[in-house]
Ligand binder design. Structure first.
Ligand SMILES: [Fe+2]
Ligand SMILES: [Fe+2]
Length: 266
């Protein structure tokens, strides 16, 4: 079973690039996963954007700390089984953090977790939450895919090795910057510290560089806006998982630059 996995999608340019890329690539994948925490205007997700992503062929959406930025998410997150927020939020928080799904007759599970190093440390320990969820989900399917949304590569690597042989795939999101460490770990888990973003590349993690530089040179907080005028980059991984054992057979990193002119010709 082939999983085509995208990290954080940044606003409208990210969605445009994703749509363009998927049109040519979707036949290669059985399942498409996207991290949607920055998909609507760079902050959160709306119902309209959710529908747009479903229409493109996205199967399961994961997220992270920015999932709450658009308040309307509280109105629909409970109804969407394939829209996840990190599973280590306390139980009374809306939405769900994991699920099992079926595609082409094959059942698989997706778990969304958030790291705690340099992020919100009020969450439950993601390592221990994974133990609990693994107990439950491994009874249903050997294929378990984890989006580990975290800031530090050390926490991500520690989690990757911790879940090795239990998860089929552990991939990082949140930093918006891809890492080149994709690998199949010793016990069969495909791993990458961060998939990287899909959005305008001449930017500071998808946002206009002007405000970011202003902040870094003055120390004064700025209002960030999605960079929309520049060319785009798509970052993804394509992972092939053995359907019987749940072990990864192959992991490839994909990076594709798309010019604005190319999109106009569409
Ligand atoms: Fe993000
Ligand atoms: Fe994030």
């Amino acid at each position: 079973m082939k999983f085509l996995i995208f990290g954080d999608i940044i606003g409208k340019p990210g969605r445009k690039a994703l749509r363009y890329f998927l049109a040519g690539y979707i036949d290669l994948a059985d399942v498409v996963l996207v991290n949607v925490e920055n998909s609507a205007g760079g902050f959160g997700i709306t119902q309209k954007v959710y529908e747009e992503l479903i229409h493109m062929g996205v199967d399961v959406m994961t997220s992270g700390n920015h999932i709450w930025d658009k308040k309307e998410v509280y109105d629909f997150i409970d109804q969407k089984e394939n829209l996840l927020r990190p599973a280590n939020y306390p139980p009374r928080v809306p939405g769900r953090g994991y699920g099992t799904y079926e595609k082409k007759g094959i059942r698989f599970a997706v778990i969304n977790l958030m790291g705690r190093s340099l992020l919100d440390s009020n969450l439950e320990n993601p390592f221990l939450v994974f133990d609990r969820l693994y107990e439950e989900l491994s009874k249903e399917t050997p294929i378990i895919v984890v989006d580990f949304h975290a800031e530090t590569t050390s926490e991500k690597w520690a989690f990757g090795i911790y879940a090795d042989g239990r998860a089929s795939v552990v991939y990082g999101t949140h930093t918006h910057v891809p890492t080149a460490d994709q690998v199949i770990l010793k016990k069969g888990t495909a791993y990458v510290s961060d998939v990287g973003m899909t959005g305008c590349w001449y930017s500071v993690i998808g946002m206009r560089h002007q405000e970011a530089i202003e902040r870094f040179t003055t120390g004064i907080p700025q209002k960030y806006q999605v960079e929309e005028r520049e060319d785009m980059v798509v970052n993804a991984i394509l992972v092939e998982v053995d359907e019987i054992t749940g072990r990864a057979r192959d992991v490839k990193r994909i990076q594709r630059y798309i010019t604005r002119d190319e999109l106009r010709e569409e």
